[in-house]
Design a protein around this ligand. Structure first.
Ligand SMILES: [Zn+2]
Length: 388
């Protein structure tokens, strides 16, 4: 029981920032806010969800530098303040308030929900909400953590999830920093996890990199490729492009793993991009995933975080026109807490139960199709993803 939760302290100390934030949120038409518009940030471009932190260096948090995507507004040079937000460039006829139903009636709004790190509270708190809205999700489990403490799931939990149609995939044996491992250790963490799940009747075909590290390391990727069909990482950008062709600073025409010079490509079947749901924005310690922000950080409360979520899941709209899906948001959740408001939590990757319910309700009420990672296929003849 905390008499004065840290989030309250943070709120008090950040009152000037919150006033600016509130001004932005409440003075901005929802149609504009729910779009992924871009601001300059240390010569990078990020969607609005990452913009509200304007004193950070995202490369420290994800190890990804210069991530941009096509079709965005140009940043104003040399500024990384809220005032530098520029309007989105919306394709003709596309409004952020559209239903996502194309003229031919097909639903072009999709989302994939992920849960990482085997927290028991995912089955206690998130699973009933998924059931309430009829959604299935992917759970990336750390095989060596299952059944090892009351904080983590048991094998019975995993079996029950799978029985209910949830998708169970692999997140290593003990969640190491893969870039620090020898080839033998890599094999043990990546291949060993595959065997660990097989020993419990589960055959994972998709891998997720702990701390989002290793997706750009040839030794790691070649080990992943021996055991899995696909792998997911986190870029902090909400969508993944089915043809890997949306990244301005990483121009690609398809999702081949290696370019003609033999180097790993930025986006490929072993580097599926996604977005970790974080309610604190800023520089994170690389020693933890989700983790505690160190430095100048900015906290969202439940209502602000809901707007960030809405903006992120709607950022696909400008890519998915005419009923054709080209981009899919993949949202990753970690730990669930019982605070009344997410700003009470110090850990950026924590989510409250009521916020998660609001977010799933938004998807449900707005006609989003919720898929799992297992719904993603990869066509080796065209080197592109497709929805099964
Ligand atoms: Zn993890």
């Amino acid at each position: 029981m905390q008499l004065l939760p840290s989030g309250v302290v943070k709120i008090i100390s950040n009152i000037p920032i919150i006033i600016v934030l509130a001004t932005l949120i409440f003075s901005t038409p929802i149609a504009a806010y729910s779009q992924s518009f871009i601001v300059s940030n240390h010569h990078q471009q990020f969607p609005i969800s990452q913009v509200v932190s304007f004193a950070k260096d995202k490369s420290k948090t994800t190890g990804v530098k210069g991530i941009e995507h096509k079709g965005t507004a140009k940043p104003s040079k040399g500024s990384h303040h809220l005032s530098s937000i520029t309007p989105p460039l919306l394709p003709a006829g596309i409004s952020t308030t559209t239903s996502g139903i194309s003229s031919n009636g097909s639903n072009s709004k999709v989302v994939i929900i992920n849960f990482d790190d085997s927290f028991k509270n995912q089955v206690l708190y998130a699973k009933p909400i998924l059931d309430k809205y009829g959604f299935k999700a992917t759970f990336f489990e750390v095989c060596g953590w299952i059944g090892k403490s009351s904080e983590r799931k048991s094998w019975q939990d995993i079996a029950a999830l799978q029985q209910d149609g949830m998708n169970i995939e692999s997140h290593t044996m003990i969640h190491p920093h893969l870039n620090t491992l020898s080839p033998i250790e890599l094999n043990s963490e990546i291949g060993g996890a595959k065997q660990c799940f097989l020993d419990h009747g589960i055959n994972p075909t998709i891998f997720a990199y702990p701390y989002s590290e290793g997706w750009n390391n040839p030794a790691v990727v070649s080990t992943v490729a021996r055991y899995y069909s696909l792998a997911r990482t986190d870029t902090g950008f909400p969508v993944t492009f089915l043809h890997c062709d949306g990244w301005k600073t990483h121009p690609q025409t398809d999702c081949r793993t290696y370019s003609s010079d033999g180097k790993l490509t930025f986006a490929n079947r072993y580097s599926i991009k996604s977005w970790t749901h974080r309610h604190i924005d800023g520089p994170y310690s690389s020693s933890q995933e989700g983790s505690v922000c160190a430095g100048v950080c900015h906290s969202y409360d439940n209502s602000q975080m809901l707007q960030v979520f809405i903006a992120d899941v709607n950022s696909q709209l400008k890519f998915n026109q005419g009923g054709i899906i080209r981009a899919i948001p993949i949202v990753i959740y970690h730990n669930f807490v019982t605070y009344p408001d997410v700003s009470f939590s110090k850990d950026a990757a924590d989510t409250t139960i009521n916020l998660f319910d609001q977010e799933m309700k938004y998807l449900h009420d707005n006609g989003f199709r919720v898929l799992t990672m297992a719904n993603l296929g990869f066509d080796t003849s065209t080197n592109s993803f497709y929805i099964k």
